[in-house]
Design a protein around this ligand. Structure first.
Ligand code: COA
Ligand code: AMP
Length: 620
């Protein structure tokens, strides 16, 4: 089936107030627009339609929170009631179509309710992951200029209660833009002090709220902005439109994940990430699935059987998470002995994404679970799978290490440095021929030029994914590494450039480099190397501790920045470029050659010795 028929048919499967007469506007590349004259609403397609079609009593959301020992089920009736009333609250605060609302919340149903309430009004939500620090939140507040922020008093991590409200207050203090109001969900674990005249209590405003109806929006009106790491400290505000998101995500639920209306789907991620947007909130709800919101970890809440318990207890048919979660489970329970306690007979498939899935993890999961384990590749920018083994179309043989073949709608190619197509098996830049399918990003918020320059200028006619890899003789794609300085820590995308910017701010640091080194559990970990300014004679251990704290304070605990050392010099080329790749290879124990352009080969020995002292150099 060619793409236009596919995307027409998929569009026929959603609700439109006005069906689109035009499938694709390609008059202004690379700003392609799908369904440009369609009119729809994402909240209507996620909630109202199911109530109207008789699914009111079906569970829509199962909230399972081992960290608070609570469970709560919201039916589609309940969800409609809560979402339409919260939309009424937002509207009462002056939020209207096109306004931005920042959502900074832990994994509680109110986060999903806030997102859907924005969509109901045609307001644009921007969810910020709770593990980010105040300054990261402030950068997003200044870029998105929200009218209102929705937050909670706290998040709950297994080892501590994270007070969100002081982080929010500090972010608003740091930001140039000030939101008119904040709505705060008070959680029993830690109540927050409210700022009079600015902050409102969620429960109080909901008690007297009047429901607001869905506002029809143009298909190309933004549904949300989601910030993701780029190569600098300024994150990229990925913009996703409404019509394409509904069409592609609904299509993906049956065709990729092979789940059907009424079945339970679980994405163990966080609403702050793209996986959470697409597969905790929108995809499952568009498809009338029951979605699970899990506030816990794969291990330690309370044990490595946590995922199996959730699957058994809620009859999860298909699950999606990051490989790191399975590495964590395997580390604590290599034999999979916790599996014996649960009945997983209804479980059909496990999907993994967010980072490269090492074949060992995939094999372990497949052997223990006895279901297909599907690696699939995608990015915040695309919003849904670029490559996958589409279980709802035809299951292909599973080749560990590969996310299989391109999904319909994506023409994936490998190009060499000159832009020529690479031979099968040869590594190059992974690119996708334009236009990208519906549901992929339409621009970067406030940064149209960056959108063009970062993604569409190096290889004209193609979208540059930022990943490198190859395609084998059978058309299977292998995603091997990033081509930029983005690293992937426990499935979380982080910028080493942003960490370098923070470290460079330390008064004693003259120069620094952050590289991502291999880690058995988290995939990668950031490692910082600092060169101190001349004349600094403070204890290097103290400076290292301050540097670690600085990254935690400025970027957040999610950066997992704990490895750092002071070095005399950094290895560089004669033109002054820091040889990050060489240092990474030394730490990882992968083969490397002394770069011909190196300024002073002796530095490599010094660096190797520092890394060895840190216990980082692996045996080749
Ligand atoms: N709010 C506040 N802090 C948070 C947070 C949140 N929402 N999420 C994580 N953090 C903190 C953690 O507490 C930790 O802090 P610490 O340094 O004080 O211990 C830090 O950020 C790093 O978190 P994380 O990378 O998640 O490490 P972890 O050791 O707590 O857990 C895993 C490791 C593998 C168990 C966890 O990352 C996981 O469950 N991953 C799989 C699912 C997933 O997140 N997928 C995302 C993309 S699909
Ligand atoms: P994010 O935007 O946070 O979803 O991160 C996207 C990046 O994660 C991709 O560009 C890849 O580098 C990496 N990634 C995601 N899924 C896979 C996968 N299945 N295999 C290899 N890398 C992946």
């Amino acid at each position: 089936m060619n793409d236009s028929r596919l995307w027409q048919r998929a569009a026929d499967d959603i609700h439109w107030y006005r069906a689109p007469a035009t499938l694709l506007d390609d008059s202004n590349p690379p700003f392609y627009r799908w369904y440009p004259d369609g009119v729809t609403n994402a909240c209507y397609n996620a909630v109202d339609i199911h109530v109207e079609q008789g699914r009111g009593e079906q569970p829509a959301v199962i909230y399972d929170s081992p960290v608070t020992s609570t469970q709560r089920i919201l039916t589609f009736d309940d969800l409609l009631d809560q979402v339409s009333r919260f939309a009424g609250v937002l509207s009462g605060q002056g939020v209207a179509k096109g306004d931005r609302v920042i959502v900074y919340m832990p994994m509680v149903p109110e986060a999903l309710i806030a997102m859907l309430a924005c969509a109901r009004l045609g307001a644009i939500h921007s969810v910020v992951f709770g593990g980010f620090a105040s300054s990261e939140l402030a950068v997003r507040i200044d870029d998105a200029t929200p009218k209102l922020v929705v937050s909670a008093s706290c998040g709950i991590e297994p080892n501590r209660v994270v007070a969100y409200k002081p982080l929010l207050d500090e972010a608003i203090r740091l930001a140039r833009h000030k939101p008119d109001s904040c709505i705060i969900l008070q959680r029993p674990a830690l109540e927050a002090a409210l700022v009079a005249g600015r902050d409102l209590d969620w429960a109080t405003v909901m008690a007297t709220a009047t429901p607001a109806p869905c506002v029809p929006v143009n298909a190309n009106d933004p549904l949300y902005i989601l910030y993701t790491s780029g190569t600098t400290g300024q994150p990229k505000g990925v913009v996703r439109d409404t019509g394409g998101s509904i069409v592609s995500l609904k299509w993906s639920m049956t065709n990729i994940y092979n789940v059907h209306p009424g079945e339970v789907f679980w994405a163990a991620s966080d609403v702050g990430w793209v996986v959470g947007h697409s597969y905790i909130v929108y995809g499952p709800l568009f498809n009338a699935n029951t979605t699970v919101m899990y506030e816990g970890k794969p291990v330690g809440t309370p044990d490595p059987g946590a995922y199996w318990r959730v699957i058994d207890e809620h009859d999860v048919k298909v699950m999606f998470t990051a490989p790191t979660a399975f590495r964590a489970i395997r580390k604590e329970d290599p034999e999979g002995s916790y599996l014996a306690k649960y009945d997983l007979s209804g479980f059909r498939a496990l999907f993994l994404a967010g980072e490269r899935c090492d074949p060992n993890t995939l094999e372990w999961a497949r052997e223990k679970l006895q279901v297909p384990v599907i690696d699939h590749w995608w990015q915040t920018e695309t919003g849904w799978s670029i490559c996958a083994n589409c279980l709802g179309i035809e299951q292909l043989p599973i080749v560990p290490g590969s996310p299989a073949r391109p999904v319909p709608g994506y023409d994936v190619q490998v190009l060499d440095a000159d832009g020529n197509r690479a031979a099968p098996g040869a590594i190059g830049a992974l690119v996708i021929r334009s236009p990208l399918p519906p549901g992929t990003f339409t621009t970067l918020w406030n940064a149209e030029q960056r959108y063009v320059k970062a993604y569409f200028s190096r290889f004209p006619g193609f979208y540059e994914t930022g990943d490198a890899g190859y395609i084998d003789d059978n058309g299977y794609v292998f995603v091997m590494a990033r081509t930029d300085d983005v690293i992937n820590v426990a499935g979380h995308r982080l910028s080493t450039g942003a960490m370098e910017e923070v470290l460079a701010d330390h008064p004693d640091v003259a120069e620094c480099a952050v590289i991502g080194i291999a880690d058995e559990m988290k995939g990668q970990l950031p490692l910082g190397l600092l060169v101190l300014s001349a004349g600094v004679n403070r204890d290097p251990a103290v400076i290292v501790a301050e540097a670690i704290q600085l990254v935690r304070d400025r970027i957040g605990p999610v950066a997992a920045f704990k490895l750092c050392a002071v070095v005399e010099r950094l290895p560089k080329t004669r033109s002054g470029k820091i040889l990050r790749g060489t240092m990474r290879s030394i730490a990882d124990g992968t083969s490397w050659k002394m770069p011909a352009t190196i300024d002073d080969p002796a530095i490599i020995e010094e660096i190797t010795s520092t890394l060895k002292q840190m216990g980082l150099v692996r045996d080749v």
